[in-house]
Write a protein that binds this ligand. Sequence first.
Ligand code: GRF
Length: 204
Amino acid sequence: RRAAIFISGRGSNMTALLRAMADPTYPAKAALVLSNNPTAPGLGLAAAAGVATAVVDHRPHKGDRGAFEAELSRALAAADIDLICLAGFMRILTGGFVDQWRDRMVNIHPSLLPAFTGLETHARALAAGVAFHGCTTHLVRAEMDDGPILGQAALRIRPEDDAKKLAARVLELEHRLYPASLLRWLNDDITLDNNRLRISPLAF
Ligand code: GRF
């Protein structure tokens, strides 16, 4: 597979994927890192790793998601991409685009879905007083932070955790979960049953 990694910022999950995909036995190769944000620090990291980068800025398209996505599609076609990994990509994609990439687009979310979709997940987990928190990789569906779960990694919330400490501990899990759960999805000829994996998601 030829993968495109979509970012908007720091790119630490991207870096974890690039590292895994640099192994020739990994079933996907990082062919493109694409950012909607021209100043995303991750772009420089990708370039330093020798990976092609593209910027598709959403701002000139103001409210016209169709035009933004048409530009995304052109960049993907030009790089012959057949897998999209969302890694901190902060734009909502329309149902039309998502359907076009059905079962070929994955995301990582910093919570144990279906709890805490959306933003500020760590603060919300703390406020809710849950005992466990973590991250989830999933196939992307039109609803935000929804779709068949590929893997989850969990940690126990500590009394001394604040949102920042928790985010840092979850991020370490994210960096392990994303490459490992994607590997399993790509390798294991996993079929879906009623929009869920037929096997248990990867879990640690
Ligand atoms: C990660 O926590 C990811 O789960 C979330 O946004 C953050 C991106 O961080 N969606 P990075 O750009 O991968 O460092």
